[in-house]
Ligand binder design. Structure first.
Ligand code: ZN
Length: 202
């Protein structure tokens, strides 16, 4: 499966001059919502991810995603694994599990995101699952930005990866494009102005 091509075809891998939420600049931007816009593509990607997890003989009772970004990928993965799906959401900045969702003692969870950058939100969701007595057995994402190590890739975890090193991360593809501090950005030096994806009504 050529995940990069699937992202390109869905116009989910944008090329330009972007200001990322970290404040850094990049010539690429991943917009996973676009790739998941087609339910058939979402289903196909989630099935591929589920196969990796099943091949590793990991037993899973439920999938939990941090809202909003991880919802569609997590639901699709739970469907492919035929397990329960819940989500965690931020309330006044604090990740919490609400809406009547119950984590059972000893239940085995996969935390699923659309993209793992440093894994901060995924880790916060994992902590909420563990607070409820659940056991986080693995992390999953469609795309890995290359800061965390994943099963089946040579990429090493970097210092800013927040995911625990003793839990596997499953993802379909590494997208390791360069990021630049604004005062060191070659595109800025050429006089172009970075923009934040989404700020033009898209
Ligand atoms: Zn720039």
């Amino acid at each position: 499966m050529n995940v990069e091509q699937i992202y390109k075809d869905a116009e989910a891998l944008l090329e330009g001059h972007f200001k990322l939420s970290s404040g850094n600049h990049s010539s690429f931007y991943l917009q996973s919502a676009k790739v998941l816009e087609d339910p058939k593509t979402a289903k196909m990607l989630a099935q591929e991810l589920a196969q990796q997890i099943q091949k590793a003989s990991i037993k899973v009772d439920a999938v939990c995603s941090p809202a909003l970004g991880g919802l569609i990928a997590g639901f699709a993965l739970a469907t492919a694994l035929d397990v329960r799906f819940i989500f965690a959401e931020r309330v006044e900045g604090q990740m919490s599990i609400r809406r009547g969702f119950e984590v059972q003692e000893g239940e085995k969870y996969i935390i699923c995101e659309d993209i793992i950058t440093t894994g901060g939100s995924a880790l916060e969701a994992a902590k909420q699952v563990e607070l409820g007595g659940g056991e986080v057995v693995a992390y999953a994402a469609l795309a890995n930005r290359g800061f965390c190590a994943r099963v089946g890739s040579d990429i090493k975890a970097q210092d800013n990866c927040k995911l625990p090193l003793d839990k596997p991360l499953f993802a379909l593809e590494d997208f390791t494009f360069e990021m630049y501090a604004p005062d060191n950005c070659p595109m800025c030096k050429e006089g172009s102005v970075a923009y934040k994806p989404g700020s033009r009504g898209n």
